[in-house]
Design a protein around this ligand. Structure first.
Ligand SMILES: Cc1cc2nc3c(=O)[nH]c(=O)nc-3n(C[C@H](O)[C@H](O)[C@H](O)COP(=O)(O)O)c2cc1C
Length: 428
């Protein structure tokens, strides 16, 4: 027990100058009765996935786990963006420039994260974005993601480049809000029409037309890693097997990795896009789609106010302000910066969603305050999937939910629907 208080710095220096005797601290050996209450060993978690996931407190933590657990080419395919990756970096920097303007003395004991997306309830202002080749990240793939979306009460969009069929995904989560994302095939509108009809028959709620892929973006990490779909067995990948045996075992012992909505393909992603995707798609195709699809129609990849007006004039019910997570045009417009003008231009006629660089619940809150109805996340849930399959995706939802709730409380706002532009400023 300390019997004499240790002096603070000022007093010590005074003593130093005057040469007076320094006060002594009497010490004794630690006693068991004092130590015992301090010993609180954490319960040992024997399930390694649970242990990994519970230690991850942020999406960035999950990204670090994902990086360790997947082959480099797979991680880079997910994590990477086009060319210098400036579009992606700027999207994240824009969120870092957000300055919240909290209000105080508001009762925030309970905050409400629910909202509506496309006129239907959603527990969070959040949806899982369409991502291709999802079973490459983790063998549970789209089924895992849709089950989490179902449990969490948020929408999930299956990509045309998905690795689970429209029907299988519907069967995996019959009550999930399922959207289907369409790319228009070169010279083959009939193939697109067939997919749309299958989605409608399988109970998909909305159709997303992605419009920012006239040609493939230059994803240099993929070129450098020699990534092909399905992954090829080269000297490098064979060496990688030793580092990630579980990933390779899962790949080789589950359903072959292939595109569910495409006849078989072997080659690089860029070759696939350039061969199959139609660079001549225009607003005429949007009108065609509007006639073909009777449910809500979302256009994803809007980066200009005039384009937002144009697609809404052609029947879009919602737009996603997005540059494809920086995977297409490098140095493209930054979604968070474009958002307010798009909301001004079409917000009274269509819902405005946003994606690109969303890595935390605070990012979601900022985008909603600036007028987005909800955010889509891509990499965030994929990091979770790579880190721990379905449980990893659930962990992402838990992390984002906790962050959204805490940010709202600290902002003095009791419901996401009461967020306003005045709650946020983008620092120059
Ligand atoms: C690995 C990966 C695959 C993607 N595949 C598609 C796709 O097939 N169709 C599509 O419209 N967007 C695709 N995207 C873009 C996402 O839908 C979304 O716009 C983007 O991921 C948002 O950025 P974020 O990852 O920073 O959240 C993909 C994104 C990633 C990371």
């Amino acid at each position: 027990m300390t019997r004499t208080a240790v002096n603070d710095g000022d007093a010590t220096s005074r003593h130093g100058k005057t040469g007076a005797a320094r006060p002594r601290t009497e010490r004794h050996l630690p006693r068991w009765s004092e130590l015992r209450p301090l010993l609180r060993p954490r319960p040992v978690e024997l399930d390694p996935t649970k242990r990994r996931l519970s230690r991850a407190l942020t999406v960035a933590d999950l990204r670090a786990v994902a990086k360790r657990r997947t082959p480099r080419a797979v991680f880079d395919y997910t994590d990477g963006a086009a060319e210098t990756e400036t579009s992606l970096r700027r999207a994240q920097e824009a969120f870092a420039r957000v300055e919240f303007r909290p209000r105080v003395l508001r009762d925030v004991t309970v905050v409400d994260t629910t909202t509506t997306i496309l006129g239907r309830p959603s527990t969070l202002p959040l949806a899982f974005a369409p991502t291709g080749f999802t079973r490459m990240m983790h063998h549970e793939g789209e089924r895992a993601v849709v089950r989490v979306a179902e449990g969490a009460g948020i929408p999930y969009a299956l990509s045309t480049l998905g690795t689970t069929s429209i029907e299988d995904m519907a069967a995996a989560a019959p009550h999930a809000r399922k959207w289907f994302q369409l790319y228009v095939w070169r010279g083959d509108r009939a193939a697109g029409k067939e997919l749309v009809e299958r989605a409608q028959a399988a109970g998909y709620e909305a159709l997303i037309l992605t419009v920012d892929v006239p040609v493939a973006g230059a994803r240099l990490r993929d070129v450098r890693n020699g990534l092909t779909i399905p992954p090829s067995l080269t000297l490098r990948t064979v060496l990688d097997t030793a580092l990630h045996p579980r990933w390779w075992l899962n790949l080789l012992t589950t359903d072959p990795l292939s595109f569910a909505s495409l006849t078989s393909w072997e080659g690089t992603v860029a070759e696939l896009i350039d061969k199959m995707f139609d660079p001549s798609v225009t607003s005429r195709d949007l009108s065609w789609l509007r006639e073909t699809w009777s449910g809500p129609l979302i256009v994803k990849g809007i980066q200009h106010v005039d384009d937002a007006r144009m697609v809404v004039d052609h029947g879009a019910d919602a737009v996603v302000v997005s540059n494809h997570g920086g995977r297409q045009l490098d140095r493209a417009a930054t979604p968070l910066e474009v958002l307010p003008a798009v909301v001004d231009a079409v917000g009274d006629r269509a819902e405005v969603l946003l994606d690109g660089g969303v890595r935390s619940g605070a990012d979601v809150v900022a985008a909603v305050a600036l007028g987005a109805k909800a955010c889509l996340v891509g990499r965030a849930y994929l990091y979770g999937l790579m880190a721990g399959g379905e449980r990893g995706v659930r962990r992402v939802v838990d992390i984002l939910t906790g962050e959204i709730v805490r940010t709202l409380q600290l902002l003095g706002v009791d419901s996401v629907t009461r967020l306003e532009p005045t709650h946020v400023r983008l620092r120059p």
